[in-house]
Design a protein around this ligand. Structure first.
Ligand code: DAT
Ligand code: MG
Length: 150
């Protein structure tokens, strides 16, 4: 007997890149983030503790280079290790963004990762526990950056 609880077909399964940022790792919230991803029914495909370099961050955050918060963002992202995660499942890109909540932790809805766990206490850059890819195309690009072997 098969006991498949998630009726996912291979055509619709997506992957997304999740990062538990240095604030999340520092505060011991890596497990909490992974728990929420798994509780939602997504599968963990890869998990690795990474020390981000300026080169990696410049590619990862290419859309933000030159913005006022870019330098503080890079400094923050290099302030400690990041847990890089590839999660998989039907509509996981959209689904994880929903789990993460709005960018500003103070405004993010309670029940979301950012709404429950993050506050925007720095005026220079928002420190909001997690990153999640914003489209299937971004996910493919970002996964290639953080997991070149995948
Ligand atoms: P998200 O992480 O929700 O996709 P984003 O891609 O617009 O948000 O920005 C990347 C990160 O940069 C974000 O998680 C926090 C920081 N950030 C974004 N906009 C900011 C702003 N106006 N002031 C300070 N930090 C900001
Ligand atoms: Mg983004």
């Amino acid at each position: 007997m098969t006991t498949q609880t998630t009726p996912e077909t291979t055509e619709t399964v997506e992957r997304t890149l999740v990062l538990v940022k240095p604030d999340g790792v520092r505060r011991g919230l890596s497990g909490e983030v992974l728990r929420r991803i798994e509780a939602k029914g997504y599968t963990l495909t890869a998990v690795e503790l990474v020390r981000a370099t300026p080169e990696l961050l410049e590619k990862h955050y290419a859309e933000h280079v030159g913005k006022p918060f870019y330098e503080p963002l890079v400094e923050f992202m290099m302030s400690g290790p990041t847990l890089a995660v590839v999660a998989e499942g039907q509509r996981v890109v959209e689904g994880f963004r929903s789990l993460a909540g709005a960018t500003d932790g103070t405004a993010a809805a309670p029940g979301t990762i950012r709404g429950d766990l993050a506050r925007s206490w720095s005026t220079k850059v928002m420190q909001n526990i997690v990153h999640g890819s914003d489209s299937v195309e971004s996910a493919a690009r970002e996964i290639a950056l953080w997991f070149p072997s995948l």
